[in-house]
Write a protein that binds this ligand. Structure first.
Ligand SMILES: [Zn+2]
Length: 266
């Protein structure tokens, strides 16, 4: 039986028995890895060997493809992200990323995705308070993109018309618009923005040029600070992630996030 050593990010941990825990660890080589950890009963809040959710860890494990649970033999914390736990918005944001990864049940390794998740967690940790909403929603969109579900923002998802051109044209009298410009539908189901024509009678949120531009910046990893209408952006992300990752249950962290964003007036 061969042992593998890899870096990882602890996404979830729960008690399995008196003396064991089951850990879900994101790894660059094997995606989300379910690991049986014997003798790791205590969720060790402090002291040496303490490991918290979202910590960057070094793990050693034995792998057999036919097994549901792999066996963890060693774990060392490389970078603690314990401080995420002391701020509701940061913690709920990190939890949403974990929930999305677990919903996807990623079984293939992807070093770029792994790096992106690590970077997003560090950004959440380091963000100033007025940046957090933008940082966490940006991280969610980018994770979706890395999982293969980037929303289409440049061309109509139905007919392919470039949307930059639409921005420049004079809207027909019937067109829905605000003072700042034309409103276009964003359809989670169809995977992105619809041009004016295709948007008629379609479901989906209507976004003005400002909100569309913010969405592009979120996806590019350059979130606006502060993010205007962050509860609306959270709802867009949630609907898109639910539609494309199809989790068994709704994302529990979204409720926490929504409450925290509403309170902050984001
Ligand atoms: Zn169209």
């Amino acid at each position: 039986m061969s042992l593998t050593q890899e870096e990882g990010i602890l996404l979830r941990s729960h008690a399995y028995s008196e003396s064991s825990r089951v850990l879900r660890v994101l790894t660059p080589g094997r995606g989300v890895l379910p690991l049986m950890a014997r003798g790791l009963r205590r969720k060790v809040g402090r002291g040496e060997g303490a490991v918290d959710t979202f910590d960057q860890v070094q793990i050693v494990y034995s792998f057999r493809p036919q097994r549901d649970l792999q066996t963890l033999t060693e774990l060392h914390v490389l970078r603690s992200r314990q401080a995420l736990g002391s701020d509701l918005l940061r913690f709920a944001g990190a939890s949403l990323l974990a929930e999305m990864l677990l919903a996807h049940a990623l079984e293939e390794g992807s070093p770029p995705l792994f790096l992106e998740v690590a970077r997003s967690l560090d950004r959440l940790l380091d963000a100033e308070s007025e940046q957090i909403a933008g940082v966490l929603i940006s991280a969610g969109w980018r994770l979706l993109a890395y999982l293969g579900f980037a929303p289409e923002l440049e061309a109509c998802v139905r007919c392919g018309t470039g949307l930059d051109a639409v921005e420049g044209t004079v809207a027909t009298p019937a067109a829905a618009r605000t003072e700042e410009g034309i409103l276009l539908r964003f359809s989670s189901l169809q995977g992105g923005l619809l041009c004016e024509e295709c948007g008629h009678g379609s479901a989906g949120s209507r976004l003005g040029p400002g909100a569309r531009d913010d969405l592009r910046r979120l996806l590019a990893g350059a979130p606006p600070t502060p993010l205007r209408g962050s509860p609306v952006h959270l709802s867009l992300l949630e609907a898109f992630a639910l539609g494309h990752l199809a989790p068994r249950n709704a994302f529990r962290s979204v409720e926490l996030l929504r409450a925290a964003l509403d309170k902050g007036g984001g």
